[in-house]
Design a protein around this ligand. Structure first.
Ligand SMILES: [Fe+2]
Ligand SMILES: [Fe+2]
Length: 163
């Protein structure tokens, strides 16, 4: 089993704040991000449980599935860069898995997530520029494009919940 690197922050919020300061990701950073992305599916499933609007639930679940796919792209990038085979963690093996501490889909919560998703696109593009390998960079940019789409979808969720 692949463990979270020792030097990574212990919770997902702190990890994301740290990643936003990184320009040239190390392998440890990419592993840490793989854990954070893997936790995104549980996060979105938790959000989906906070609404009974089916279309909003489906959008949130789709974002969640793509977060897990992002973890798998990071896994591939690590393989490309080092040859090392790492595993995307299951929830019970992931220190970043867990609730973010809000219990309602308020406009503030949703707007915060939109911002985090858009920041994610910017961050992945910075990491793609800094990673030093074209194939790994392509995977990172693809994640980034999807983060933007996640942000756009969250806007759609916001309008659905206003109806
Ligand atoms: Fe992601
Ligand atoms: Fe995302």
């Amino acid at each position: 089993m692949t463990g979270l690197p020792m030097q990574m922050p212990r919770d997902g919020m702190s990890a994301y704040a740290y990643f936003l300061t990184v320009k040239q990701p190390t392998i440890e950073d990419l592993k840490g991000m793989m854990f954070l992305e893997a936790s995104g599916q549980g996060l979105y499933d938790g959000l989906a449980a906070l609404t009974d609007k089916e279309e909003a639930q489906q959008i949130l679940a789709r974002n969640g599935r793509e977060e897990r796919a992002h973890a798998h792209r990071l896994r591939r990038a690590i393989r490309i860069l080092t040859g090392e085979i790492v595993e995307v963690p299951a929830p019970q093996d992931n220190p970043y898995h867990g609730a973010l501490g809000f219990d309602a889909l308020t406009p503030e919560v949703l707007e915060g997530l939109v911002g985090a998703e858009f920041d994610g696109e910017t961050l992945y593009n910075i990491w793609a520029d800094g990673v030093g390998n074209d194939d790994a960079a392509r995977l990172l940019r693809q994640n980034g494009r999807e983060e933007r789409r996640h942000g756009d979808r969250m806007r759609k969720v916001m309008s659905l919940l206003r109806e």
